[in-house]
Ligand binder design. Sequence first.
Ligand SMILES: Cc1cc2nc3c(=O)[nH]c(=O)nc-3n(C[C@H](O)[C@H](O)[C@H](O)COP(=O)(O)OP(=O)(O)OC[C@H]3O[C@@H](n4cnc5c(N)ncnc54)[C@H](O)[C@@H]3O)c2cc1C
Length: 538
Amino acid sequence: MARPRAIIVGGGFAGAFTARYLHKYARGAVDIELFNTENYFVFQPLLPEVASGTISAPDAVTPLRYMLPGVRIRMAEVTHLDRSTRTVHFLQGSRRTPQCVAYDHLIVAVGQKTDLTRSPGFQEHGLCMRSLADAHQLRNKIIRRLEHADVTTDNALKRQLLTIVVAGGGFSGVETIGEIAEMIQRTLKFYPNIQADEIRCVLIQRDKGILPELPQSLGDYAAAKLRKRNVEILCGRSITSATASAVYLDDGSRIRTSMFVTTVGNRPHDFTQRLGIELVKGKIPVDRHLKVRGSGNIWALGDAALVPLSDADNDSGAFAPPTAQHAVREAQCVARNIVNSLGDKELLQFSYKAQGSLASIGNYKGVAEIRGVKLSGLLAWILWRAIYIGMLPGFATRLRVALNWFFDYFLPRSIVQIANRVDTATQYRRYAKGDIVSEAGQFVDGLYTVISGRLESRISNAAEGEDFVRILGPGDYWGERSLSEDMKTAGTLIATEDTRVMVLPANDFRNLCEAFPALANYFESKSGKTHAPPLRRH
Ligand SMILES: Cc1cc2nc3c(=O)[nH]c(=O)nc-3n(C[C@H](O)[C@H](O)[C@H](O)COP(=O)(O)OP(=O)(O)OC[C@H]3O[C@@H](n4cnc5c(N)ncnc54)[C@H](O)[C@@H]3O)c2cc1C
């Protein structure tokens, strides 16, 4: 008999640890497949250290294939679910080929996104601190600003370049501003034209104090230490909008800056929104066994789920906070319950009391509360590092992170800026005669225009037993209808000569059409008509 298949969507704390525990508890009785948009696991608490260059980006993550032996890993984006056929649908590979796979148990562990849509200018100028790419981008931007500030003769611009604003006084915001302040302080000796008092690091917190998850005395301690290092902390304030050169606060004041990081406001991933489940507080409501009510075998956990800690209803009950500690315990509970449900055993109820909280505030200082004991300063910082090194998955990652910390203590911080040099979004691609450019049934990734050469688009027509052929030459283009109507391509496109095409990526094409109605109208007027030579029966 075929083994039941468990599909896990998401390879963060919740998904990766569910896979790990399920592999352990099921002992080969379940086929486990994990989908993640990247092929690595990110230990998010280390991201501020990646942003500050303490740890290099590839050393802070663990490849899922190393971490989860015995689990099938698929680097793909899951798009939606068909509950009637119990299949998940996903796009995989560089051609984003749509595929689907059946499940017996589905585990949704996709986390959440930072919501940049709530305030004007956040989408355009707000940096996030959630993924490895975010941390890497922030580090590059800081170094770029320092390089620019060191050479500019415009004092107002210099002040703007040297002002960094972080929104959110929770763990991620405090750790981010603390790390940035330390990084700048340690690298200033390489920038002779920048004085320490020209640097302005500002933390904006809506609440009365920072680190509200910790006892107030620790929040106050962290605030005092940060202020001593010239970090400005504005409590009871929030950012209402941002532009390319400033952020605006709710008291009407303005801070001139060209770098603003936001760690506040979450929203569900597109996949979560397409599940067909009514979300509560932007999350998937689950019962105490972490099962989605009335959904068959769908489980949800981690930041994506609203996990009750009591039997009270969704309005009055307490819920698990969105932390890595809880995600890992929830993963253990889901894995146990899947194994129990296969053996018709009783399901476990999730319950967990956090052991404590820790935060590093940079400069060898930390704050912690472990089982009611409060710690601060160097001891808390050492404890933070000791606990996190123990939590990192895999010996290789632990060793790499430990070596990064060791070298960071003795060596200067790297100020190498490796930015992606993207002068233009358009790409050129070359195809040799006989190459398949795209296959029928795929989503196109952009607007394609033929520069030179010749292509043939073949559309099979089973009903009439004939193929239709369209020839495309220089100046012809395709992809605009598939992009605007989000539909799959009908024909297979083959190069019949050596061919060069220009590709305008899908999002850029959509943005252009949105910004230039004339362009959108042009494509609309052509739709249904033809922009390429007509179809011929073949
Ligand atoms: C800067 C920072 C510091 C933090 N510090 C702490 C701390 O000190 N202590 C603590 O306990 N917690 C901390 N947290 C919170 C903790 O990291 C999160 O609660 C935890 O990562 C949530 O795990 P998750 O698996 O639910 O989500 P995530 O870790 O976000 O993982 C979700 C995964 O799903 C993938 N995914 C999403 N959509 C799809 C899709 N459609 N198809 C395929 N894959 C998909 C994503 O790429 C991602 O890999 C911190 C968070 C941040 C951002």
